[in-house]
Design a protein around this ligand. Structure first.
Ligand code: ADP
Length: 263
């Protein structure tokens, strides 16, 4: 018999979690973690119960971006307790191992660590289930990402890209990986879409502009919005205090809140 052309999305879902949403990117450095952290914090601000799983096993940046880093405690029934920050339940491979260690992992080790973070963590309870678990995926479309997309019952995926063609080629690859595993594409976000001129406010297209929107349209995927380049956003990431959670008024913060309201 011929194998099916498409493999169904996976069935593995952590207990007491309503929806699992993956934040992915075709390549590193486009701001995937920045988007995952701020989207999760924005969803929490909108009143949802949100978890953030840092699955970027080769370069976990959620501890730095949320400002929490400690060894998680165990619950009575031997599950790991996620750390709490900015209204989020947070778990990162960075909490569990030495900072330099994950870099040398082979695929199966990385996959088993991801399984543990999905299934052996007390994300929600009977009384307080999570509405959404946001997964900050490892960048790219390699084995680990594919395994995760195949095994985990993802409600959908958000793909982050900069406007440049080099990043957009990888967006197509990312969208196609999720389509093959029948994970719905919630949409594409263009990060670093422009830099507002400090004097006039006019958008300066440092990495080009509009590429992610047109790529999304060409792929038949929704376009979720644009995040500008903002010094405050970068500073907030480095300081461990997500920009949206600081309550200030900035174009990037408004964009995250608007997107969080639609996904
Ligand atoms: P990725 O997860 O795709 O590797 P990161 O989220 O770690 O990328 O972002 C890479 C760097 O770029 C970080 O230092 C982050 O603070 C910065 N950055 C990301 N998006 C923006 C933005 N819109 N404006 C300013 N800095 C940004």
């Amino acid at each position: 018999a011929q194998p099916p052309a498409q493999q169904p999305s996976g069935s593995m879902k952590p207990a007491h979690v309503r929806h699992v949403v993956a934040v992915a990117s075709g390549k590193g450095g486009v701001g995937k973690s920045t988007v995952a952290v701020n989207l999760a914090a924005a969803m929490a601000l909108l009143g949802r119960r949100v978890g953030l799983l840092d699955a970027d096993v080769y370069g976990p940046s959620v501890p730095r971006m949320t400002g929490v880093d400690a060894e998680p405690e165990m619950t009575a029934n031997k599950k790991l307790k996620p750390l709490e920050a900015w209204g989020l339940k947070v778990m990162s491979i960075g909490f569990l191992v030495d900072e330099a260690a994950p870099m040398i992992w082979r695929g199966p080790m990385a996959s088993s660590a991801l399984n543990q973070m999905l299934n052996d963590v007390a994300w929600g309870s009977e009384a307080e289930p999570l509405d959404i678990l946001v997964i900050d995926m490892p960048p790219g479309t390699g084995d680990i990402q594919l395994t995760l997309a195949q095994r985990v019952a993802l409600s959908g995926a958000v793909v982050v890209s900069t406007p440049q063609e080099v990043a957009l080629i990888d967006v197509r690859r990312g969208v196609s990986m999720f389509e093959k595993t029948r994970v719905p594409i919630l949409g594409v976000i263009e990060n670093m879409a422009f830099f507002p001129d400090p004097v006039t406010g006019a958008p300066i297209p440092i990495f080009g502009h509009g590429g992610a929107r047109s790529t999304a349209e060409a792929l038949g995927a929704p376009f979720l919005g644009e995040i500008p380049i903002e010094v405050a956003l970068r500073e907030a990431c480095d300081a461990g205090a997500p920009l949206v959670a600081q309550g200030g008024d900035s174009a990037a913060a408004r964009a995250f809140l608007a997107i969080a309201g639609t996904v």
